[in-house]
Design a protein around this ligand. Sequence first.
Ligand SMILES: Nc1nc2c(c(=O)[nH]1)N[C@H]1C(S)=C(S)[C@@H](COP(=O)(O)O)O[C@H]1N2
Ligand SMILES: [Mo]
Length: 321
Amino acid sequence: MLIKSRPPFASEITPREIVESRRDFMRHLAVGSVASAAVIEMAQREAFAQNSTIARLPATANPAYVLSEKKTSYKDATTYNNYYEFGTDKADPAENAGKFKSHPWTVRIEGEVKKPVTLDLDKLLKLAPIEERVYRLRCVEGWSMVIPWLGYSLSHLLKQVELTGDARYVEFTSANDPQQMPGARSRVLQWPYVEALRLDEAMHPLTLLTLGMYGELLPNQNGAPLRLMVPWKYGFKSAKAIVKIRLTKDQPRTSWNVANPAEYGFYSNVNPEVDHPRWSQASERRIGEDGFLSRKRKTLMFNGYSEVAGLYSGMDLKKLF
Ligand SMILES: Nc1nc2c(c(=O)[nH]1)N[C@H]1C(S)=C(S)[C@@H](COP(=O)(O)O)O[C@H]1N2
Ligand SMILES: [Mo]
């Protein structure tokens, strides 16, 4: 169970308590395979206090989502980020998100559902077995990474809230706290950051409700405590730090589409045949492997996830980009 009263802030924990909580944490991890949310929270606060590593999140590798490609280094994946709430430079999120309070947390699921619900992190961690899935992430800017994400199919969550017959889209809203998020004080995008999927896209087993990466809980700069990963779409469709999931009848307005509809469509499937108005999408640069300026790799249709093609049969993907 999550601690109900406000947990002590890192600054309130005495050194002795820190030592003992660490011992406790290690013991828990040694005994059980699944760390409870309370233990994870304790470890998280301690990690902040110690400026050290993030709590481990046990997971089972899903053999269906293993790639032969080399994984991106943890360092690159956590220091080269897009997270405009913390600044527009790639290095900004790692620099500015460290103190963001991603625990405790709740996410609200509402709209066209028979059972609207507010879930805390403890419930999310226990909703379904946590899997490790190695996915490619292709940013619309022309770079890509290969990351071992931890989580489970979003469909597990959506099945629990019982959708009404009018549920046709799923909208994801990110946290918007200008006090903690310096980038959210600027007007570079409309806040909060909102993204959305068609219901069949959201229910597709590939769509991952993501709670961790590289064996640990998500670092703040990668969207702690929960984000989406939709590997066949450009990275911006995968919203970070989600506070609300809303089922809707009509197609939601989404942040990037509102900002520039000619450049960012609602679907935004990775498609080497549909160029961005200002650059080609035919190739990409793998972070940490290819040279800083050169794009060496051919971009694959649906980012290589051809199993989703059936979702778009009969659609003109040049028009519905
Ligand atoms: N809330 C929020 N989510 C976001 C973004 C953002 O700016 N704000 N950037 C998106 C973009 S453009 C990409 S490429 C991915 C990057 O994820 P990563 O930093 O974990 O690699 O997050 C996406 N999710
Ligand atoms: Mo992106």
